[in-house]
Design a binder for this molecule. Structure first.
Ligand code: F6P
Length: 550
């Protein structure tokens, strides 16, 4: 066992944990109004900056003692050792016996990170160079379709990390994308996804990128086969596959078996987790959309945050602070969820992206040593862009019965300056965090002349915590930094909770059962069913209705 794997004391037996529990008891009713009245300069204490992101965490129910104890907890949990172990390429994904090196995807040429004695940085850059050359060929029309027509449409076929990163990044960086090309993302095995994505596309102008780490994922392979049939049927030639299909995968054998020439495959490695893969070859669609230079700028943003995380003292370390605050609310206040509220429509898929990143990573109930946890782990992440969410679910955050810490994300300069839209947008962001923190007392409501019976309804309790992340503008660099911020926050949480943030065994059972039921639904003879009575009855009803005359 390496030092990193030396058994830790259980989390709840760490001295800082007991101190935090006692501290929570002392300050749980503390009011943000009071904290700000006592220290008007509070934001100067509770803010930090790094990689182009400014984090204001002053509107949290914390004191300097809270941060001191949380950082002590991080120390007792061995956070710095674990960070160093990740960057050294140690196999910190214990249950899969793998290194965790998405940070290597963002290194500069000439750096060195060893996995099993081999420096992986040159491999990373060799793939990046091939990706850049291919992306340029598609963008400038050197890579044409089978009939000689220029490629105008790119369809990424993938799911989970092989979809959410690409689609989120495409939407986020659409401002920088080639507007004479169409980008579509097919993930769902629901035939509607493929049908709608391709209905108005000319096959002769369409390139499919089949993105799958394993190249065995049911949804992706089903969609890829459908895409191949659609292409071959429309172009009337099996040979068309060569110019219209490329693969992104770690599994060359399966790529070849599918019929894609491995010369048209872009690789990555088992030490890149699916949900951590958007900076790898999985980003091919992003690179074609925004061009290699912008893609490299995004990598530089990731790298800046990686370096910030690796080297900045915890007191000023953005991902560490955000991760510890998540622990504070999840474990001491019993908060069940975190709302992520980007005030930028380009970030509309960011909450969905974060759901896989956070919940597939930290949705774990056993520790690294295999014992059940006796505390809460990963909260539910969710959200929508502002201001739309304000007219939908914010009511519950303001006046409901739950404590929902919020992350507001905003930019000082608009990418589409239209009149005063951006000021209005940002005014709303600032107003929401202010309203959540300070609310409106019954007396304030009364003073407005509100009849007494209506006062309770119009009172805002306030004292709801939020972080605000501000950046100058949504650029490729900033997107990289933002994603890395959450990646490392998730890492921090996982280290505190002593779980493996890099496996995902919980998705396996459903896959196995689905395979069995596929056999029962798709075979001619309809085999007898051996499930529980509910599942049997549902399958029988489905079969009968499906096969009935309409
Ligand atoms: O089933 C979950 C999962 O394994 C994710 O972790 C992953 O991102 C996704 O499926 C897709 O996997 P692949 O890239 O191998 O198709």
């Amino acid at each position: 066992m390496t030092e990193m794997n030396a058994p830790l004391k259980p989390l709840t037996q760490l001295p800082a944990w007991s101190k935090l529990a006692a501290h929570y008891g002392a300050i749980k009713d503390i009011q943000l109004r009071q904290l700000f009245a006592d220290a008007p300069e509070r934001t100067a204490h509770f803010s930090a900056e790094g990689a182009g992101l400014f984090l204001d965490y002053s509107k949290h129910r914390i004191t300097e003692e809270t941060i001191r104890l949380l950082i002590r907890l991080a120390g007792e949990a061995g956070l710095q050792d674990r960070i160093d172990a990740m960057f050294r390429g140690e196999r910190i994904n214990l249950t899969e016996d793998r290194a965790v090196l998405h940070v290597a995807l963002r290194t500069q040429r000439g750096e060195s990170i060893l996995v099993d004695g081999e420096n992986v940085v040159p491999m990373v850059h060799a793939v990046l160079d091939r990706l850049a050359s291919f992306a340029e060929q598609v963008r400038n029309g050197t890579w044409n379709g089978h009939t000689g027509k220029r490629i105008r449409n790119v369809v990424n076929i993938g799911i989970g990390g092989s979809d959410l990163g690409p689609v989120m990044a495409y939407e986020a960086l659409r401002h920088y994308s080639s507007r004479d090309m169409t980008f579509r993302f097919v993930s769902n095995v629901d035939g509607t996804d493929f049908a709608e994505a391709t209905r108005d596309l000319d096959p002769a102008e369409t390139l499919f990128i089949v993105s799958s780490k394993t190249f065995t994922t049911l949804e992706t392979m089903t969609n890829a086969r459908t895409a191949r049939a659609w292409l071959v049927q429309n172009l009337g030639d099996d040979g068309a596959v060569t110019r219209h299909f490329v693969a992104v995968s770690t599994n060359a054998a399966e790529v070849a078996k599918f019929g894609i020439d491995t010369a048209n495959m872009f690789g990555f490695w088992d030490w890149v987790g699916g949900r951590y893969s958007m900076a790898s070859a999985i980003g091919l669609s992003t690179m074609i959309a925004i061009g290699p230079d912008n893609f490299r700028a995004m990598l530089a943003g990731f790298r800046a945050m990686d370096e910030h995380f690796r080297t900045t003292p915890f007191e000023r370390n953005l991902p560490v602070l955000m991760g510890l605050l998540t622990v504070w609310y999840a474990n001491f206040f019993g908060a069940q969820t975190v709302a992520v509220l980007p005030y930028d429509l380009y970030l509309k898929r960011f909450p969905a992206y974060l759901q896989q990143l956070t919940m597939e990573s930290n949705g774990k109930g056993v520790t690294l040593s295999g014992t059940d946890v006796d505390y809460q782990t990963g909260p539910i992440f969710w959200g929508e862009p502002g201001t739309n969410g304000q007219h939908s679910f914010y009511q519950l955050i303001h006046q409901g019965t739950r404590l929902i810490p919020c992350d507001f994300i905003g930019f000082c300069r608009a990418l589409n300056p239209v009149g005063s839209h951006h000021d209005i947008l940002m005014a709303n962001l600032f107003a929401q965090s202010e309203a959540l923190a300070f609310g409106k007392t019954a007396d304030e409501v009364r003073k407005e002349g509100t009849p007494e019976w209506l006062v309770p309804h119009r009172t805002f309790p306030g004292n709801y915590p939020s972080s605000t992340i501000l950046a100058d503008q949504l650029t490729p660099e900033i997107l990289g930094a933002l994603v890395a911020l959450y990646e490392h926050s998730v890492f921090t949480q996982g280290v505190i909770w002593q779980i493996d943030s890099f496996d995902q065994w919980g998705v396996e059972l459903g896959k196995v059962l689905a395979q069995r039921i596929i056999g029962e639904l798709c075979s001619e003879e309809e085999p007898p069913l051996g499930h529980d009575s509910s599942t049997n009855a549902l399958i029988m009803r489905y079969r009968n209705k499906r096969d009935a005359e309409m």
